[in-house]
Design a protein around this ligand. Structure first.
Ligand code: NAP
Length: 259
């Protein structure tokens, strides 16, 4: 399917690996010019070179921490006028509600709520002026079904979801859509690190820990970054202009709900 976004300029945050990289690749495949970001320069440059070689599109790589004011300023300056914004950052660590301090909450809110909001505040006015734009926020299944040990993530991402619910309706009349993609368990470094924790805690091998989690998913497997990227590219496409303020769950059926 032609997504109709060839030549559009897309900023994909936190995209040297995992789900962000999946989104970047799918947008490159659709012919978008890319601005990629991550903290580690080496993996970021490798991903940028890979995508240039594979898809023949222009790729700018900006090594910076997207959760800091300075990092965002650096990325936004390099990005310039963007048509598509995909927000993403690492998720907060697991823990116990009894242990989290105000500082832990501020850090999580900064990374997974206030950073995407700041990026939208920077990008939306230009998109609205030009009458076209797409924003996709990578959030989490935790927005629909809380994960106790990820309380910092539950809190920050739910706050972002509330902001998007209201704001998406305020900008839709200018040809700009904002939607959220909610990953369930996907085969990325994040999944390996969570499985490693389970394996250690339960005295199992990494493979056993993965099989145990896979068995909880009706699809019987983890999702892939490629599948996730394809959903993101569709939401960024010309065909998705009437999809506004939605929360699309990609979880292989893991969350057992009717709606
Ligand atoms: P990942 O495989 O660990 O990749 C994270 C990417 O983000 C890397 O490129 C990393 O590069 C970059 N990054 C992390 N923190 C950053 C920062 N502060 N500034 C700029 N770049 C940063 O993670 P993932 O699985 O793709 O997850 C992406 C998001 O989805 C996370 O928020 C995660 O919590 C959420 N999520 C994932 C799953 C899953 O199953 N994978 C499920 C639910 C939610 P550097 O480290 O070099 O910066």
């Amino acid at each position: 399917m032609d997504l109709g976004i060839k030549g559009k300029r897309a900023l994909v945050c936190a995209s040297s690996k995992g789900l962000g990289k999946g989104c970047a690749e799918a947008l490159a495949d659709a012919g978008c010019t890319l601005v990629l970001n991550a903290r580690g320069a080496e993996a970021l440059e490798a991903t940028a070179a890979d995508i240039r070689a594979k898809y023949g599109v222009e790729v700018i790589a900006v090594a910076a921490d997207i959760t800091t004011d300075e990092g965002r300023a650096k990325v936004l300056e390099a990005a310039g006028q963007i048509d598509i914004l995909v927000t993403n950052a690492g998720g907060p660590p697991p823990g116990m509600w009894t242990d989290w301090t105000r500082d832990d909450f501020i850090k999580a809110l900064d990374a997974n709520m206030l950073t995407p909001i700041a990026l939208m505040q920077a990008a939306l006015p230009g998109m609205m002026e030009r009458g076209w734009g797409r924003v996709v926020n990578i959030t989490s299944q935790a927005v629909k079904a809380p994960i106790g040990v990820l309380g910092l993530s539950n809190s920050a991402r739910t706050g972002l979801t509330g902001f998007v619910a209201g704001t998406s309706r305020q900008v839709a009349g200018s040809g700009v859509t904002i939607n959220n993609l909610l990953p369930g368990i996907h085969a990325t470094d994040r999944a390996v690190s969570l499985d490693t924790g389970v394996a250690k805690a339960q005295g199992k091998s990494l493979d056993e820990a993965r099989k145990q989690r896979e068995a909880t998913i009706p699809a019987g497997r983890y999702g892939t970054a490629e599948e996730f990227g394809a959903a993101c590219a569709f939401l960024c496409s010309q065909h998705a202009g009437f999809i506004v303020g939605q929360n699309l769950l990609l979880d292989g059926g893991g969350i057992n709900t009717t709606l």
